[in-house]
Design a protein around this ligand. Structure first.
Ligand code: EPU
Length: 418
């Protein structure tokens, strides 16, 4: 199994080009199931989860081409199966995103029911009840969700919890439904807006994406288009956190600054100097003292749960005490025990971590438990005294393209070993 070996203590310095957003490209690839003709997605990051989605589409019979720049072109004329099998769903929960579009366009779909994962139980009840409200006949049996519908009907759906992929699934179903669908308490994440922008380009009629109320007027068909994925705000935040924790200066290029307000504010509170251009963000921590920050995760535009672990690593080495509260997932504190192995001073009470910053943390062998936990351990390794070995980095590769190569270019002493 591959691992990352990090020798900490070097302030990062330089520029990094941000990839397309993982959590935008996965729904966009699912949305290609709705398209007549060829559809091309550009700025696709090279990630394990993208490969899994390509395999899923190919398994359904969709023709998928990937060019040298990793642009992905699909054509659904060859589709011959409406099944998302257990083998793929168990490796990537986001496979659930084919549920809405496949049902809406082909009238039937079978998706293996995703189980829980390291960060929480993550049910999909809101996806299912929303589709039922649109007239779908749904059964869950032998570990599979089976859904059928002649044609989905527009409905007013009030989601009792903000769910990102739930909103995306219902959005992709509603675009081909008969009549008007109103999604209330919708997720406002930029990735939802990116999906809606792409669907509108394909011929859908969606207004209100990016707000809690999305109104969709169903249409009969959608056409394939050329669409470029939005920059990854979590990857951007992670590289900036790496600059902050090491006392360096990093400029993130091809970024989307307006998707990161809550995160940038925390960096400022932590003592960093932030400069913003149209598509770049620079964080400068040179000669400044890193201060602890309090964080409570929230749906967008609140502070993202996907940045919680990285900011926790910052707090471990900052001046003062920071309180970190996770409100989205019930088990997203698994990095705490590993950070403690590196000398961090953290008291965990349920989903609240009280972090007292230490002048020094120390390298150690640590184990990644999920994608963002792995990022936080890499952050800690970059500043720790001595050698950190991060195991189970297949989690990292799900969401960060060649992280070690890009950190090396910023001066980090990091390498991948098998
Ligand atoms: N929830 C329900 N019922 C549902 C759906 C969700 O109770 O039917 C609950 C979840 O259990 C959770 C909360 O609602 O407590 C929010 O979950 P959400 O559905 O928003 O999460 P998701 O759509 O499964 C996406 C991202 C995650 C990110 C979350 C929150 C994708 C592919 N994944 O997951 O990304 O953490 O939204 O922002 O978009 C990551 O990239 O590391 C990652 C985990």
């Amino acid at each position: 199994m591959e691992k990352l070996v990090i020798e900490g203590g070097i302030p990062l310095e330089g520029e990094v080009v941000i990839s397309g957003a993982k959590n935008a490209v996965l729904p966009l690839l699912a949305a290609t199931l709705l398209a007549d003709g060829n559809m091309t997605i550009r700025n696709v990051p090279r990630l394990r989860d993208v490969n899994t989605t390509v395999k899923l589409l190919q398994g359904m019979g969709v023709t998928v081409g990937v060019d040298d720049d990793n642009n992905i072109t699909t054509n659904t004329e060859t589709i011959n199966s409406y099944v998302a099998p257990y083998d793929l769903v168990k490796t990537m929960r986001a496979s659930i995103l084919v549920l809405g579009p496949t049902l809406a366009r082909y009238g039937e779909v079978e998706v293996s029911l995703p189980g829980g994962c390291a960060i929480g139980s993550r049910p999909v009840n809101i996806h299912l009840s929303g589709l039922e409200a649109m007239g779908a006949d749904i059964t869950v049996h032998e570990g599979f969700i089976r859904a059928k519908a002649e044609r989905l009907q527009g409905a007013r759906i009030v989601m009792d919890k903000v769910t990102v992929t739930g909103t995306e699934n219902l959005l992709m179903a509603a675009v081909l439904a008969e009549g008007t669908t109103i999604l209330e308490n919708a997720a406002c994440e930029p990735e939802v807006t990116d999906l809606a922008n792409c669907l509108n380009k394909m011929g859908a009629s969606i207004i209100g994406a990016g707000t809690p109320t999305i109104v969709i007027q169903g249409v009969d068909r959608l056409q394939g288009v050329d669409y470029t994925v939005l920059p990854d705000r979590i990857e951007t935040g992670t590289f900036l956190a790496a600059a902050a924790i090491t006392g360096g200066r990093v400029r993130a290029l091809k970024a989307a600054p307006d998707t990161l307000d809550a995160v940038l504010q925390k960096f400022r509170d932590a003592g960093a100097k932030i400069e913003i251009g149209e598509d770049w963000i620079e964080l400068d921590m040179r000669g400044r003292t890193l201060k602890s920050v309090d964080i409570t995760t929230d749906p967008y535009p609140g502070f993202p749960t996907d940045m919680q672990a990285q900011l926790m690593a910052m707090n471990c080495c900052a001046q003062g005490i920071g309180v970190v509260v996770e409100t989205i997932f019930e088990n997203r504190m698994m990095h705490v025990a590993e950070l403690i192995r590196m000398g961090a001073n953290i008291r965990l009470e349920g989903n609240t971590a009280i972090v007292a910053g230490m002048p020094t943390i120390y390298g150690a062998p640590v184990m990644a438990t999920d994608l963002r936990a792995s990022a936080s351990l890499i952050m800690a390794g970059l500043v720790a005294q001595g050698k950190t070995i991060v195991d189970r980095i297949y989690h990292t590769d799900r969401g960060y393209e060649k992280i070690e190569v890009r950190l090396q270019k910023l001066g980090a002493q990091i390498k991948r070993i098998s």
